[in-house]
Design a protein around this ligand. Sequence first.
Ligand code: GRF
Length: 203
Amino acid sequence: KRVGILISGRGSNMMSLIAAARELDYPAEIVCVLSNRPEAEGLSKAAAAGIRTGAFDHKSYGSREGFEADLDKALRAAEVDIVACAGFMRKMTAGFVEGWRDRMINIHPSLLPSFRGLDTHARALEAGVKLTGCTVHVVRAELDAGPIIAQAAVPVLEGDTSERLAARVLEAEHTLYPHALSLLASGRAVVAGEIVQLPQGPI
Ligand code: GRF
């Protein structure tokens, strides 16, 4: 499967996907990395890894639809099968999301459906949860919602700040995302309505 990654910033999850996809038996290849921020650090990291990059500065568009039309065109020109959002910080219109129905995924730093949106770690600490984590899910028009492919749990430890917790969850993200993408790309994970069916036995 051909995968396009959407980023807005640092791109550490993107790098974990690029590294995983280099393995011989990985069922997906990363064919392009696109950003809505031309200055995103991840773009130079992707270019250094030999991946085609593109930047579409959302601020230079008059409408969200115009921006998304160009993004969509670039993804289709690269013959992308699966879109992987990795720290992509733009809300998407229902039209764009529907165009990639069941073929666009995202990683979110909480155990969804808890803590959708921003500042997940600060809110998890405030709520006093003892377990948090990260989720890879199929993208739906509603923000941080959609069929769940995989989750990893991370304990909240005594003395955690949101930075310390974020760093621990990020480590889990870097293992979870390549795993979840391989489940979908290989056909082992199947989107059935609003549920993702996984194979029996150890995955
Ligand atoms: C990650 O925590 C991801 O879950 C969230 O934004 C952060 C992106 O980090 N959506 P990076 O750009 O992958 O380093």
